[in-house]
Write a protein that binds this ligand. Structure first.
Ligand code: AMP
Length: 300
């Protein structure tokens, strides 16, 4: 564990604190209510950089009008303890005015990769994400930034923005994706899992299990559509109320695929259980036909 973590919620003091940190500096942007998924980003940041900065800000601009902004879990005191025990160097927990001063009028909109998957269901979400992330990059000027593969589309959107705008702090190549951390039953960790009743939490494990099944059916080169239909059926039979999408898509362009091709592909699902929307994604790689492999926690 390093020295005491610097905690800032004032921009001028933040800049002074940042100037004292040895470079390279890594940034891990979050909305708080931290769990092992976030901490895995922090640990990877520590491996890759001399100093680690984390931001905690529940960003209203990335929530839709009927979404869970008010209910989103906020646990700053617990988060601070966790981050101190991980040896994080600086926490930036800005008040809303430090992010959205009066008259704020700018939006970063990344076309194409923002439009499908979650973007089709949450039309302003990725503009809200890209805008806050660019703002945090400018406030903190990190050398690298880490994002979870759990939110694969977000990672693709941020990399696209960094390339398109010639960002240098961080450069597009210094935007690092970190594999999804999962519970023992395969469910991806998420701050939103806290919304689930114990019954729904148990049922939710059908999501990664059914995705594994579908991935195994698609892996030998079969048409994706029957496997995706079976995946939806398994989710609805397993207690999910609805499926926003279940798609095989190119890992970089996010364009839907009818079957595996030469480029890396992933399976993407968003589905609702007990009023909570869960998302997950996993790589699908070419393989001979086999039974779906068993889960081991933390694998991708
Ligand atoms: P959030 O606080 O939900 O905005 O997430 C902050 C960062 O943590 C994002 O880059 C997420 O992709 C990442 N993250 C969330 N859940 C996980 C997980 N289960 N495994 C790895 N990274 C995650």
């Amino acid at each position: 564990m390093g020295d005491t973590m610097l905690i800032h919620n004032d921009l001028a003091a933040l800049q002074k604190g940042l100037a004292t940190l040895p470079r390279p500096v890594a940034l891990v942007p979050t909305m708080g209510a931290l769990h092992q998924g976030h901490l895995s980003l922090v640990r990877e940041a520590k491996r890759r950089a001399s100093s680690v900065v984390i931001s905690i800000f529940v960003n209203p601009a990335q929530f839709g009008p009927n979404e869970d902004l008010a209910a989103y879990p906020r646990r700053l005191a617990e988060d601070v303890q966790l981050l101190e025990s991980e040896g994080v160097d600086l926490l930036w927990a800005p008040p809303a005015e430090a992010i959205y001063p009066p008259g704020f009028s700018t939006t970063i909109s990344v076309a194409g990769v923002s439009e499908g998957l979650c973007g089709a269901v949450r039309p302003d979400h990725f503009a809200g994400v890209a805008t806050i992330v660019l703002k945090l990059f400018n406030q903190l000027r990190p050398d690298i930034a880490l994002f979870g593969e759990k939110d694969w589309q977000q990672l693709v959107v941020i990399r696209r923005m960094a390339r398109d705008l010639d960002l240098t702090h961080p450069a597009a190549e210094a935007i690092v994706g970190v594999p999804t951390v999962r519970e023992a039953d395969g469910l991806a960790l998420s701050s939103r899992n806290a919304y689930l009743s114990p019954e729904d939490r148990a049922r939710a494990a059908v999501l990664p299990a059914a995705m594994r099944e579908a991935a195994a059916r698609i892996a030998p080169g079969a048409q994706a559509a029957p496997a995706l239909a079976e995946l939806e059926r398994a989710l609805l039979a397993g207690g999910f109320a609805s499926v926003d999408y279940a798609v095989l898509a190119d890992a970089q362009s996010l364009a839907p695929l009818a079957r595996l091709g030469p480029n890396p592909a992933r399976l993407f699902v968003a589905a609702r259980i007990g009023g909570t929307r869960l998302i997950d994604n996993m790589a699908v790689t070419h393989s001979p036909p086999t039974a779906p492999p068993a889960f081991s926690p933390n694998d991708d």
